[in-house]
Ligand binder design. Structure first.
Ligand code: ASP
Ligand code: MG
Length: 593
């Protein structure tokens, strides 16, 4: 019989009435012929209240005891839910994480799931019960109660769906589904009917806080279709699956992260190990670095800029200062008043002119772009915070995200189709490893590209739009784009193109550079792009650091970097591609699967 997992979040079980309403949904699914597992969160804000209670007793609660405390929230809701189902005449049994056998590591308050036993759940289901599982909790080897991090019930739900090979995992929440952007910021945002795991991972990390990110990683890893629905209505919701809503659309959503801060290291040595020196110091302080851009070095010096959440700026500056002292040269600047606007879409990799369209929209709205990074499925631009909402609206409009894909203008599409995952293959590959372990699927080398860099670009609106308008008009296909801040009101703009298109790309760049009073254009006829892709790159920080370390050890200098939720790309000298590939394979051999 097919299994369905239904997860009800805190707001969906906040009152006795809502608990009864949720119980009815589960009973209905059972009557429709499914075996039903419910995963429930703590009622309303009770987790917050428990945390406050702890804070009133001590300002340093031991993490183990915090988990002991927080897990009680979910224990209350599972019991009440079982009573509700019983009162409505169906059979139910509530189970804690420990009773199910959700084994985690021992990292209290943010434990990772290692394995889940299905025996007890299966037995209860086969006896006709609705199984009600406490979300967010598990036990470690020594039977200590652990919790999975705030919002972790989503992860419990998708993980249970994975091990039970459920038909779907339904997430009942207080919104109708996933939107093209946050509807509280742009009322014209549209609910999407379907979105791919990769797109959702990007959007979630960009601040579209619909679901716990680790739950999406689970969904992707084990190929679990996730349906996000409103618990108060019968609206169809949004399906998160391998494919996106429409394979033809370049962009599925746009996101804004308002509280960003930029840090730039100007004039640091352009030698192997520089990035490692900087980012390992930041990682030691558990700070998540977001956009990383590095311009192509000149005269032995390079500029590296990156962003961090505004509230981690002070700590970051400390870390960076210690790196600069070690290098002996370099200047640090920062700006705490920036925001990041991004567009995400699986179809982007197969269309031309997507970046151009975004930059044009920003230029027409008189928004200055301070930094740019791109990945296969994401383009991010850093803008001043004051312009943030205007920038988001301009971009949302430019991609017609308020309309359904069928109503949008047709885009120029290149060949190719999204890769299909083989679920059985994936599951087979993952046998015998901890469920939330980092998985690197692929390390690849692309030696087909060349690089063009425009330096001394005046930092004013419209430049990127102009460059990529002209590049697109010349029929050149652009892959990576990196705009870096170089100080004194200037930026440097680098992009990669197919080697055979370098002459025309260089010519266009030179023409635009002259007309916009930029300093000059350099290019490299051959660069090597290395990509490390997989699942868990976000929750397992340190993938970029591992790359930097192994390349630095081999004396290979990194020219460009870009990162996304599913991939880290670096560009190195064209002659070093094979050596770099060998090094990376060595560095990641233990997690390649
Ligand atoms: N109750 C936990 C929290 O509030 C887990 C969850 O709701 O997903 O974070
Ligand atoms: Mg929650």
């Amino acid at each position: 019989m097919s299994v369905i997992v239904q997860k009800f979040g805190g707001t969906s079980v906040a009152t006795p009435e809502k608990i009864l309403a949720a119980a009815r949904k589960a009973i209905r699914a059972q009557k429709e012929g499914h075996q039903v597992v419910m995963v429930v969160s703590a009622m309303g804000h009770s987790t917050d209240e428990l945390i406050e209670l702890a804070e009133q007793v001590t300002d340093r609660p031991p993490a183990r005891e915090m988990d002991m405390l927080l897990s009680t929230g979910e224990q209350v809701s599972v019991a009440l839910m079982a009573m509700a189902i019983d009162s409505l005449g169906a059979k139910a049994v509530s189970l804690t994480g420990a009773q199910i056998g959700i084994k985690t590591d021992a990292t209290h308050t943010k434990a990772r799931i290692r394995s889940i036993s299905t025996q007890r759940m299966r037995a209860a289901l086969d006896e006709g019960n609705i199984v009600i599982a406490a979300g967010f909790q598990g036990i470690d080897e020594d039977f200590n109660i652990t919790t999975l991090g705030r919002g972790g019930s989503d992860t419990t739900a998708v993980a249970l769906a994975a091990v039970l090979e459920a038909e779907a995992c339904e997430i009942y929440t207080d919104v109708d589904g996933v939107y093209t952007t946050d509807p509280r910021v742009l009322p014209e945002a549209r609910k999407v009917s379907q979105i791919s795991y990769d797109e959702m991972l990007e959007l979630a990390s960009l601040g579209a806080g619909v679901m716990h990110n680790r739950s999406i990683e689970f969904g992707k890893k084990y190929d679990v279709p996730i349906l996000v629905r409103n618990s108060q209505s019968d609206a169809p919701g949004t399906m998160i699956a391998a494919e996106s809503e429409s394979p033809d659309q370049a962009v599925c959503g746009a996101a804004l992260f308002k509280d960003e801060a930029r840090v730039s290291l100007l004039g640091v040595p352009d030698v192997p190990g520089t990035s490692l020196g900087i980012f390992s110091r930041i990682a030691e302080r558990n700070i998540t670095v977001d956009m990383i851009v590095q311009n192509v070095g000149e005269g032995g010096k390079a500029d590296i800029s990156f962003t961090v959440p505004k509230n981690e700026l002070a700590q970051t500056l400390e870390a960076v200062q210690s790196a600069v002292e070690l290098f002996g040269v370099g200047q640090v600047t920062h700006d705490a008043g920036v925001a990041k606007v991004s567009v995400v879409g699986l179809g982007m990799a197969r269309q031309t002119g997507v970046a151009q369209r975004m930059f044009r929209a920003l230029a027409d709205a008189s928004v200055n772009i301070q930094m740019i990074t791109t990945s296969e499925i994401k383009i991010s631009a850093l803008v001043e915070r004051e312009a943030a909402t205007r920038a988001l609206r301009a971009v949302h409009q430019a991609f017609e995200l308020d309309r359904s894909p069928a109503q949008r203008q047709a885009a120029t599409r290149l060949g190719g189709s999204p890769r299909a995952t083989d679920a059985a293959d994936v599951v087979a590959r993952l046998q015998g490893i901890d469920m939330e372990e980092l998985c690197i699927h692929e390390i690849s080398l692309d030696e087909s590209q060349a690089r063009v860099t425009i330096s001394g670009v005046p930092d004013q609106p419209g430049i990127a739009a102009k460059v990529f308008d002209e590049v697109a008009a010349a029929g050149v296909f652009v892959d990576m784009i990196v705009q870096s801040y170089t100080g004194h009101g200037h930026a440097s703009l680098t992009f990669t193109v197919p080697q055979d298109q370098l002459p025309s790309a260089h010519e266009v760049a030179a023409r635009v550079a002259r007309s916009l009073a930029c300093q000059g254009v350099t290019s490299s006829p051959k660069v090597a792009k290395l990509s490390v892709s997989g699942v868990g790159l976000r929750s397992h920080t340190g993938v970029a650091i591992r790359m930097f370390r192994s390349l630095a050890d081999a004396g290979i200098n990194v020219d460009l970097i870009n990162t996304s939720e599913v991939r880290v790309n670096v560009v190195v000298d064209g002659g070093k591609g094979q050596a770099a590939l060998a090094k990376l394979n060595e560095a990641f051999h233990d997690v390649l699967r």
